[in-house]
Design a protein. Sequence first.
Length: 365
Amino acid sequence: MPQAADRQQPHHQPASPPPVDRLTGTASSCRRPAPGTAADPFLISRRQRRRRATRRGDARRDTSQIRRIALTTRTWLAALASSSLALATALTVVTPAPASAAGDVGVNIIGGSDATESYPFAARTLTHYTDLGLTARCTASLVTVRGVIGVVINAHCISDLETGQAMPAADIDVQVGSTRLDQLTTLEVTKAVVNPEWDWATGTDRIADIAVMRVDPAGLALTGIRIGHQSGDHRKVRVLGWGKTSIDATQPPAVLQQLDTRLTARRHCATAGITAGEICVDDRNGAAPCFGDSGGPALGKNLRGTWVLLGSASRETSANCDGPTVYTDIDYWSDWITKALTEDVPRTHRHVAPGAAATFLSHVN
């Protein structure tokens, strides 16, 4: 066995003289980084290519996940008619159209508590599917953008169940003015606009579960909340809703519900197919939004200690409403929201299949 000193050494090219600094005339210490080191631009390029490939792979997996959990519109409607478990991912409450307000089933939060503040921006919506004899019930938020007060809600709450387009404004009611169910005032909707990218079924890189409405204030002094910026995981948030307070509940709560929790890493909402333009809100020891809480706000405090709107409830990761919840990131969509509320935006013409991804939080009956 040859001794260490006798082993063949790798061949190296003679070292080139160091470059000379033209200003000082002295040898410069600036040399090209050695191949394979962290500073090697070729190595960085390879790393970037690997990262991009990984991101593309993740995107493909996300798309595959969404497609696996997608339902056709007919399947969704049939499931609604046959089993409450069909709403395993949606937080919309769908119920037979009631003969009176007493039959309404609203949005509420499992494990939450009665509202401790007035929350003048909190709203409740009813979308009437007259031909089907169904009413979808959600939560929503009044927002103020450029001096205009409008309603921000999730697209699946006010979408036509077959075309995915916004329902006619005449088929939607918005209720505001109180945290008590029996003291809400119903307003007329004058315009409803669904984001043109809204699509549960095709597996695009963002679901765009977001919509806006304009309402006739009917002489009321409406108060809208301002849009805020979510600043990363673990930020404390408060969620509001008129939805179920228990998985078996058949009646809405008499009082708007609230729950203090926090944002969490997106990976915790992976089972619900979270996409760009969405945030993940953690459950709190099993306490979480549930059916009927769709569109409900996730609130944060700004530097002045004022509530701002961070998200609106889209869908659950658990059929039992005891896991993290996907919320639409309102700041991400703020430009579109502003344009839709302040300009005459045509109603969307894209065909979508509502209810095709994880668990909606609306309540349909």
